[in-house]
Structures are given as structure tokens and as C-alpha cells.
Design a protein around this ligand. Structure first.
Ligand SMILES: Cc1cc2nc3c(=O)[nH]c(=O)nc-3n(C[C@H](O)[C@H](O)[C@H](O)COP(=O)(O)O)c2cc1C
Length: 202
């Protein structure tokens, strides 16, 4: 039953790029931050540092923090909230993880960010990851110190009229099937025995 509820939540999450002007209640913002706080991280270092931007003018200015001439995320202006997900990568253990070939703080931020998006869905809020931004411009706008890396922005807010979060988004129709992305035993080894339905085959 729990797994069904989780799968339902995962299916309802989608990228929302049009928001209602209604502000997000403070209790919900705190729950979103709690979902970030409880994420796992390499060696439990918890490298997440988050700036919650809720000022309309600042969000408008954030939407201009794009690589030159490419303001593709101008829709961001409609969001009442933007979470700026940063990492403090300077913990010694993280450097050690880097030496063995895994950039753990990137993974940590990714996990925490998806906790945020799933909690947003559970709260009836839309969200969207934003990776297309100018790190330099965001740093300047929000006074982020040099030693902190800005990894992603995530917009959050009530979806605009017409965007329903209470039913599956249909995203499974746009995903690879399980047999195209996973194998048993070795890379591109034997196909796993999965049902037609869960393999995503039509
Ligand atoms: C790391 C990351 C960066 C992304 N950057 C952007 C972005 O800059 N602008 C945007 O509109 N969507 C962005 N997206 C959203 C993806 O386009 C979206 O997740 C994907 O198309 C699947 O659609 P869905 O989220 O509705 O399931 C990003 C997603 C991720 C995970």
C-alpha cells in the first residue's frame, strides 16, 4: 500500500511552468524545507544550503540570470517561490569522495531537490527544476559566497488554472522502458523479467 502511495506521488509530480499568484503558506514552506533536511547525504555531511526567494521582484530578476541572450526560463516570473539549492563542497570528506570519482555533493543536492519536488506535489504545489541559469549572475544577485556552489533552482507554487496535480501526469509515456535502461548482471546484459506494463511498453 505504501509503495502504491509513493508511486502515485511520483506519477503526479510533473514540471509546472505556470503558476497561480496565490502565495504559498509558511507552514508549507517549512514542510518543504523539512523534506530537504531529512534527505540522505554522503557521510551525513548535509552539504545543502538553501536560499528561499519569495519576493516577486527578486524572482523576476532571477529569471534574467540566464546564459547570455537565452532567457528560456522567463516563465519563472510567475512562481511565488524559488528555492536556490546550493552546496558547501568544502568538507574534507567530500573532496575525498571526489578523488575516488564521485561528486557526492552533486548527488546530495539532487536527492534533496527531488525530496523537495515530491513534498511539493504532496502539498498540492507545482515545482520545476531549473538548471539553465548563470551561476555568476545568481551568485551576485543573492550574495552567495564564493566557496558555495549554486547547483540548481527549483520553482514552487500553486499551479495555474488548468494544471491538475491530482492525477498522473502521463510522464510514463515519455520515459524509456525498464528494458531500455536496466539489465541483469552486466551492462546491456540479460533483460529483467518485467511485465509489459511496468516495462513501459505500449
Ligand atoms: C537537473 C534538471 C534541470 C532542469 N532544468 C530545466 C530548465 O532550466 N528549464 C525548464 O523549463 N525545465 C528544466 N528541467 C525540467 C525537465 O525539462 C523535466 O523534468 C523533463 O522534461 C521531464 O518532464 P517532467 O518533469 O514534467 O516529468 C530540468 C530538470 C532537471 C532534473
Amino acid at each position: 500500500m505504501q509503495s502504491e502511495a509513493l508511486l502515485d506521488l511520483i506519477k503526479r509530480r510533473r514540471s509546472v511552468r505556470r503558476y497561480d499568484s496565490r502565495p504559498v503558506e509558511n507552514e508549507k514552506i517549512l514542510l518543504l524545507l523539512e523534506a530537504i533536511r531529512l534527505a540522505p547525504s554522503s557521510c551525513n555531511i548535509q552539504p545543502w544550503r538553501v536560499v528561499v526567494v519569495d519576493d516577486g521582484e527578486m524572482i523576476r530578476r532571477l529569471s534574467y540570470c540566464a546564459p547570455i541572450g537565452t532567457r528560456v526560463n522567463r516563465w519563472m516570473e510567475t512562481a511565488p517561490l524559488v528555492f536556490v539549492l546550493c552546496a558547501d563542497p568544502h568538507a574534507v570528506l567530500h573532496r575525498a569522495a571526489g578523488w575516488v570519482g564521485s561528486d557526492c555533493h552533486d548527488l546530495d543536492i539532487g536527492i534533496a531537490g527531488e525530496h523537495l519536488c515530491l513534498m511539493a506535489t504532496a502539498l498540492g504545489l507545482g515545482s520545476c527544476w531549473i538548471g539553465w541559469f548563470s551561476q555568476r549572475d545568481v551568485r551576485k544577485l543573492l550574495a552567495v559566497p564564493r566557496n558555495i556552489e549554486i547547483k540548481a533552482l527549483v520553482s514552487v507554487g500553486y499551479p495555474a488554472a488548468g494544471i491538475e496535480l491530482d492525477k498522473p501526469s502521463g510522464s510514463e509515456n515519455h520515459r524509456r522502458s525498464v528494458n531500455e535502461l536496466a539489465w541483469r548482471g552486466r551492462f546491456q546484459g540479460a533483460a529483467l523479467a518485467v511485465s509489459q506494463e511496468s516495462a513501459g511498453e505500449q
